[in-house]
Ligand binder design. Structure first.
Ligand SMILES: Nc1ncnc2c1ncn2[C@@H]1O[C@H](COP(=O)(O)OS(=O)(=O)O)[C@@H](OP(=O)(O)O)[C@H]1O
Length: 292
């Protein structure tokens, strides 16, 4: 194995971001990803972890199925929208019909260079970072590749210091905001999908140039609700629980505002201060809570 710059026994640092020591790619493979074959028809779904990746994977699969009924596949969403930093170097060698869908948590400077050169369409999903933190806290108990947090307090500080999977949330979101004019990117907010899933699906269809009937859009929406995804084995990653790679389902709560059950008043004030310092110059706002 390459010698890794360890941040902890579970994470190594590469180009300023943190990656799990086990299972995913090592620096040499991450570098190789920059040179994979990219097609103009590819569609990329990009997120910071726990921001709605599985949700958008499902939406994209269902949009593509509706727009290209001849190519509807039986595989699950992990195979239909593979994560670049998983084991996709092999995936680029296999035959796949266009449009190929890919997912990634990688920052812009680590993406395949062909994305920009070929004008590939990118859907970037963002979620309010307090709920991202809480979701990642739970995922860190679940995914065997991550260190089980010693306490919420310790995890909170690691998140604020970027000592978590994929590094600082603030850097990731900023980096993609800075790509606005350099990539063909459509931004989606998790909370907007909670408020009006159909409206956001329609915007994604428009961005991708997929002209779906109202009925087809209704079907995409129906198949992408939390309730339906939770019981859909192609969408819910439940096989990873069965294979004991996750100890609990990744479809956990699916709400906005769960952070209120975990943050202390002092943590919330500290978070707000850091958010203001790091993000206030960006034209970005988040919904912190939605009453269900
Ligand atoms: N359909 C739907 N509706 C609402 N919320 C949903 C949906 N699908 C997934 N989720 C929630 O998304 C969180 C997981 O994020 P990711 O899929 O990005 O995780 S990962 O980074 O790919 O591991 C995780 O959030 P938490 O429940 O807060 O942990 C999931 O429950």
């Amino acid at each position: 194995m390459d010698s890794l710059d360890l941040v902890s026994p579970y994470l190594f640092s590469y180009k300023g971001r943190c990656f799990p020591v086990q299972e995913l790619m090592k620096p040499k493979d991450l570098d190789a990803l920059q040179h994979v074959d990219v097609r103009a028809s590819d569609i990329y779904m990009i997120t910071y972890p726990k921001s709605g990746s599985a949700w958008m994977q499902q939406i994209l699969v269902k949009i593509v199925d509706a727009a290209h009924p001849d190519m509807e596949e039986e595989a699950d969403n992990r195979a239909r929208v593979p994560f670049l930093e998983g084991n996709t170097l092999d995936d680029f060698r296999r035959e796949r019909p266009d449009p190929r869908l890919y997912a990634t948590h990688l920052p812009p400077d680590m993406l395949p260079t062909g994305l920009k050169a070929k004008g590939v369409k990118v859907v970037y999903v963002m979620r309010n970072p307090k709920d991202v933190l809480v979701s990642l806290y739970h995922f860190s108990h679940s995914w065997k590749m991550l260190e089980t947090p010693k306490s919420f307090e310790a995890f909170f500080q690691d998140f604020m210091d970027g000592k978590v999977y994929m590094g600082l949330w603030f850097d990731h979101v900023r980096a993609y905001q800075n790509e606005k004019d350099k990539m063909d990117v459509h931004y989606v907010k998790y909370e907007d999908m909670l408020k009006d899933l159909r409206g956001e699906v329609v915007k994604v269809c428009d961005f991708l140039g997929k002209d779906l009937t109202d009925e087809a859009i209704d079907h995409v929406v129906e198949m992408s609700t939390f309730k339906n995804m939770k019981t859909n084995p192609k969408a819910n990653y439940k096989d990873l629980v069965e294979k004991q790679r996750y100890s609990s389902p990744t479809m956990r709560k699916g709400v906005a505002g769960d952070w209120k059950n975990f943050f202390t008043v002092a943590q919330n004030e500290y978070f707000d201060r850091v958010f203001e310092e790091k993000m206030s110059d960006l034209p970005l706002s988040f919904t912190w809570e939605i009453n269900q």
